[in-house]
Design a protein around this ligand. Structure first.
Ligand SMILES: Nc1ncnc2c1ncn2[C@@H]1O[C@H](COP(=O)(O)OP(=O)(O)O)[C@@H](O)[C@H]1O
Ligand SMILES: [Mg+2]
Length: 219
């Protein structure tokens, strides 16, 4: 999955969040986007996921121009090609762990219990599939979210502050799992974070400002 972003801009009403954002991510690449709180990191990631509209510019995934897709087509595109890991985990409380991980496959009409179990084992939770989310720690829940994000073999994995709710030691373990699983699956990984430690793992670090993305370390 190659990602091409050209001249992307985002406004809320009259307020410009960012403009002139251009980015290329190659298949299997790991790119971190850093920037201070409020600069628009989550807004940018939500645009890359076509979860939100942008004001100008183009986003192309593997040759598919997202500008040309309506909301239903964008939803189908997301289901097939995208995994997303959020700061707040967003697991469904009434489904058990295996059901949470299997949800993307169910939505695609391709349930696969063996694949779900393999993903649970890959993130170190092979014995916990029958538990409910309330019975897991934050670090374990984020590993559930990583398994869910990759279970359907998406080409692109987006992660928004995935360690923001975790203590440093747990954060490092979760980043190990995220990085390893993205690499094993061949997915491109775009990580948004204000953690310099997490960003330092990436092959490239880009700094988001109101005027676009610049190469270089966190400011
Ligand atoms: N739905 C929204 N409506 C209006 N303004 C928003 C909305 N979402 C975010 N913003 C504003 O856009 C800016 C960027 O927010 P965000 O993308 O969450 O930044 P970051 O993730 O870097 O902290 C902030 O000033 C925020 O208040
Ligand atoms: Mg944010």
């Amino acid at each position: 999955m190659s990602l091409r972003v050209e001249g992307l801009g985002k406004r809320y009403g009259d307020t410009v969040v960012f403009s002139g954002v251009s980015l290329r991510v190659e298949p299997g690449e790991f790119v971190a986007i850093v920037g201070e709180s409020g600069v628009g990191k989550s807004s940018l990631l939500n645009c890359l996921a076509a979860l939100d509209d942008w004001s100008e510019g183009t986003i192309t995934h593997n040759g598919t121009d997202l500008n040309g897709l309506d909301d239903t087509q964008r939803a189908h595109w997301r289901r097939e090609h995208l995994g997303f890991v959020f700061q707040a985990f967003h697991v469904l409380p009434h489904l058990d762990i295996a059901q949470n991980v299997g949800l993307p496959l169910l939505l695609l009409g391709r349930p696969d219990a063996a694949r779900v179990q393999a993903m649970l084992e890959a993130v170190g939770l092979g014995a916990l599939g029958a538990r409910l989310p309330a019975e897991l720690s934050g670090g374990q829940l984020q590993r559930v979210a990583i398994a869910r994000a990759l279970v359907h073999r998406p080409g692109l994995l987006l992660a928004d502050e995935p360690t923001g709710n975790l203590d440093p030691r747990t954060a490092a373990q979760v980043m190990d799992v995220l990085q390893q699983q993205a690499a094993d699956s061949g997915a491109a990984l775009v990580l948004v974070t204000h953690s310099a430690t997490a960003a330092a793992r990436a092959q490239r670090v880009l700094h988001l400002t109101a005027n676009g993305l610049q190469a270089g370390p966190a400011g």
